[in-house]
Ligand binder design. Structure first.
Ligand code: ADP
Ligand code: MG
Length: 689
């Protein structure tokens, strides 16, 4: 059902929902909350603290004051609680409140407490009738990511309405399977995610949805595997002498793990089959040089290679680093950089030279594989971070039957068994060893009282010439969420630090070009402190950055936190990671302590993660890590294993027609398969380039 058919949503609001990627009721129901708001019992004025998000029952004494400053209309008043203790309330551009909030009436006001001279103050408090508020106490209310012009109440109402009107029949999994894995049905799961009565509800909802994510994903990788397997290659690379010489001319000695990965690649390239390999290793373990060796080896044999990175900044870094290496060792290899931001004329020239073989190795972003790009004889495609290469892409590139070898490089450090599940279609090389010259990162988990010290510490690092990252979970202030946001945080920092300290921001709502400019300025050392969301997670190398501070650290998945931390400790300086824990839950602390105790991603992932999170670790995940909207492969590894089991059963059952173990009858099986196949197809499309 179209979003516009929901009561209360007209074209104007509809457009705002569209902006969030919501077009119909199904989109809306799968627009998962980022967190849950809890309404606590109201307090008295004397019991609330500055900085707290509090609710207070207050009596309005007189008609609200109104003041106009330029285009800003400010209404305010001083209201009192039952002990007659005063507090100031302020709203902006809400003149209508003067007629709604009547003198003598009592309401509940909820918002963040600050100081106003001797008084306490709440800016823009939410207003509730007392009976209305009572109903909300201790019920979890969903909090959604919003866009300007769309408030939380509207989205909540729309979701409620969608549940009311949508005849929910999303379930595709037979009851027998659900019973086996103790899964609630899909329709219920969605309801529980949006409107859970308690943490138990939430866990049940999450379990089902995460199970589905994992299951479909695993099926997709297996499908890819069957399509990719054992393809003969007519681009056999079997001569590595020159490239092996390069290794002895590097300014460092390769680690044993690097050497082993390189041996794996050589074996693949010379096998006569098309290579499909994943090289995974912790951030900073040195995957780039392995990619470079592989690319050089195909060029030595007269072929072309391509290296794709997810961002322009990273592509440019690869290009510059690789050029330097080639110049230093004096090899005759022609590199070129192709990104979205070069001019059309320049692109055209590159296409020309690529087609007639004047370019040996092309480095860039997605632009590398657009239709117009034609290679003369591409033998190797390497994707750095994030991207898989689908069958279709491979076919589109292959010239006259020749299909390029594929190497995927990923920094998500997961145990080998997990890697084989998640990258089912690829052979895996693990680089599980760090170069010996690394200085281990020093970690600490602290609470907010440590903030002033942290700022001082960062300032000292800046004085020594270093740079810092500060990560916040949100882009801007969000109703109902007491989480740090990039925009306000940067403003606050600018008040704390002297103007000589250059502070800037980075987040996913910026245009790619803008993001690249900011990243470039940070790489070049023009920005001292970069306040960012998790977008900074992927692959960038700024060896001069020595501090990573993560606000609301308890809100992130462990895999994500580890990945973020990997942005520092890449150079010759001692680096530090400060995990700011703003939760008082024991589980949150225990989770963070795992990171505190180890810098090794494989160790972290292998830890016995019996710490199943309480409600407090749900939501806000959205890091984009590993393709999952809700699941965290480390923390939900138990669910992952169940999904693996089902995928194995599923395949068996399909080959041995109807042996009746999972399904009641053939009809049920066919119906299930049909729906699963459809989802697999969509999944393959999203995980491949
Ligand atoms: P990642 O695996 O995260 O992509 P990089 O390939 O960017 O890591 O390597 C990080 C840094 O380590 C680079 O500056 C690289 O030159 C350096 N490096 C790579 N291998 C070694 C090694 N064996 N010894 C010392 N430094 C190395
Ligand atoms: Mg890298």
């Amino acid at each position: 059902m179209d979003i516009l058919d929901i009561k209360g949503i007209g074209p104007k609001k509809g457009a705002l929902f569209n902006k969030l990627g919501i077009y119909d009721t199904k989109d809306l129901l799968t627009y998962y909350p980022r967190a849950y708001e809890e309404f606590k019992a109201p307090k008295r004025v004397k019991d609330i603290n500055v900085g707290e998000n509090a609710s207070v029952i207050l009596k309005i004494k007189k008609v609200l004051d109104i003041k106009k400053i330029r285009s800003l209309v400010i209404v305010s008043t001083v209201a009192v609680d039952e002990m007659d203790n005063p507090i100031k309330l302020v709203w902006f551009n809400c003149a209508f409140l003067r007629s709604t909030l009547k003198p003598g009436e009592t309401y509940v006001f909820k918002g963040k407490v600050s100081n106003d001279g001797a008084l306490k103050k709440i800016e823009h408090p939410a207003i509730f009738e007392i009976y209305e508020y009572k109903k909300l106490i201790n019920v979890k209310q969903p909090v959604y990511a919003l866009t300007k012009g769309l408030d939380l109440k509207t989205v909540r109402k729309a979701v409620e309405e969608a549940f009311a009107v949508e005849k929910l029949d999303l379930e595709y999994m037979p009851e027998s399977i659900r019973n086996k894995y103790d899964l609630v049905d899909l329709n219920t799961a969605l309801k529980l995610i949006h409107f859970p009565a308690n943490d138990d509800d939430l866990s049940k909802g999450y379990k089902r949805l995460i199970f589905d994510e994992f299951f479909i994903f695993i099926m997709a990788t297996r499908r890819l595997k069957s399509l990719n397997e054992d393809i003969d290659s007519d681009m056999v690379i079997d001569e590595f002498k020159e490239v092996d010489n390069v290794i002895s001319n590097l300014e460092f000695t390769l680690t044993n793990a690097q050497l082993k990965a390189w041996e794996d690649i050589k074996r693949d390239l010379s096998s006569g089959k098309v290579m499909n390999r994943l090289v995974q290793g912790d951030v900073g373990c040195g995957k780039t040089v392995i990619a470079e060796l592989a690319l050089m080896s195909v060029v030595m044999k007269g072929y072309q290679g391509a290296l794709m990175a997810p961002t322009e900044v990273l592509a440019t870094q690869h290009y510059e680093g690789f050029s330097e290496l080639i110049n230093k060792i004096g090899l005759d290899i022609k590199l070129e950089l192709l990104t979205g931001s070069i001019t059309q004329a320049q692109k055209k020239k590159i296409y020309e030279r690529l087609k007639n073989g004047e370019i040996d190795i092309l480095i860039g972003t997605h632009a590398l594989f657009q239709e117009k790009v034609e290679y003369k004889n591409l033998a190797l495609v390497i994707t750095d971070e994030q991207h898989r290469f689908g069958v279709k892409q491979r076919e589109a590139l292959g010239n006259k039957g020749g299909k390029p070898h594929v190497l995927v490089m990923s920094a998500t450090p997961i145990p080998r068994t997990l890697a084989i599940i998640l990258y089912g279609e690829l052979s895996v090389s693990n680089i599980d060893e760090m170069p010996s010259n690394r200085i281990p990162i020093k970690n600490c988990v602290v609470d907010t009282s440590y903030r002033p010290n942290a700022y001082k510490f960062i300032n000292n690092q800046i004085k020594e010439g270093r740079q810092a990252y500060i990560i916040c979970p949100m882009v801007e202030e969000s109703e109902g969420l007491e989480l740090e946001n990039v925009k306000d945080y940067a403003k606050k920092l600018k008040e704390i630090y002297p103007p000589s300290v250059n502070i800037d921001i980075l987040h996913g709502k910026m245009k790619p070009k803008q993001k690249d400019e900011i990243m470039k300025a940070f790489v070049e050392g023009e920005i001292n402190i970069l306040v960012s969301t998790t977008v900074v997670e992927v692959g960038v190398n700024v060896p001069n950055a020595s501090v990573m501070m993560i606000e609301n650290a308890e809100r992130f998945g462990l895999a994500s936190l580890h990945q973020l931390r990997g942005r520092v400790g890449r150079g010759k300086y001692q680096s530090y990671c400060i995990f700011m824990n703003t939760s008082d839950s024991k589980t949150a602390k225990e989770r963070l302590d795992i990171l505190n105790g180890s810098n090794d991603g494989f160790v972290i992932a292998n830890k016995d993660l019996k710490l199943r999170g309480q409600g407090d670790m749900f939501g806000t995940r959205q890091s984009g890590e590993m393709y999952f909207k809700l699941g965290d492969i480390i923390e939900n590894s138990d669910i992952l294993l169940m999904a693996v089991e089902l995928s194995e059963e599923y395949m068996k059952n399909i080959s041995k027609v109807n042996n009746g173990r999972l399904f009641e009858n053939e009809f049920e099986k066919q119906a299930f398969m049909q729906k699963v196949e459809k989802q697999i197809k969509t999944c393959i499309e999203t995980i491949c380039l």
